[in-house]
Design a protein around this ligand. Sequence first.
Ligand code: NAP
Length: 286
Amino acid sequence: MTALVLDGAAIAREVLSELKPRVAVLERKRIRPGLATVLVGNNVASLAYVRNKVRACAEVGVHAEVHELDIDCGEAAIMAEVAALNSNRDIHGIIVQLPLPPGVDAQRVLQSVALEKDVDGFNWCNLGAIVDGHPRLVPCTPLGVITMLERTSVPLEGTHAVVIGRSSIVGKPMALLMISRGATVTVCNSKTPDLGSHTRSADILIAAAGRAKLVTADMVKAGAVVIDVGINRLPDGKLTGDVDYEAVRLKAGAISPVPGGVGRMTVAMLVANTVLAAERAAGVSP
Ligand code: NAP
């Protein structure tokens, strides 16, 4: 068997193009959705991520601006930048590009983003809303995975989903979104003994550990849907996921590649969250 490839780039393009009419409705009210990114320092990977986000915004007519701060500007300057954006009426979404420099309390900075502009969905209130099944702004990566699965008509209800990783921005919200859709969910972490004994029973396996090729073919049930969230840079500079793609694609029913999978969906969901935040601010229903 060779797996169906879940083409995140194509689905992301679809999501972005569906946003255009919603942006047009706002434009008729003289509102242009605006996304501001606070970028501290010049980390090469961060610069590339930010460029992708700005490009995706431009594609659908969302205004994007990048506020660049010096690596040693200090936490107070970052907080002041966020505070100014919180009260800027032209900005509907704010993201603080991670990682922040050592010595800066990233949680304090992230939690200072206004709840209704928290398009990364990292605010504890937005995360808590998922627990209660009333999501407001959902973290972009788990939302991107769910969107990818739903748009490929992968049934979620009644399945066993295994999530590898328990971070607050990927693993945990991912698990909650799957639970809310009726999946039975196992969440694994670095201390889980015999990871394969769990993954082999997964109908849907979501790998978000940040460990290159952690998931090998013998850890996957034949026909399973395998979603690779991981982004790892190999010594030769190439990007790879958490899944041994070449081997697993011969056994899985469907698989998302890296690159061209979840990463593209994450960016599209960020733009979608920004449009949603602008609609809510304007009292327009999506
Ligand atoms: P993180 O905060 O480092 O969390 C990684 C999680 O994986 C932790 O819960 C860790 O367990 C678990 N883990 C690590 N090694 C493991 C192992 N051998 N077996 C089982 N679990 C293991 O990372 P993150 O922010 O969630 O991101 C995860 C990966 O996704 C990274 O590669 C990141 O670059 C990527 N990512 C991709 C996108 C995208 O758009 N595609 C977006 C965000 C993140 P413990 O809690 O026990 O340490």
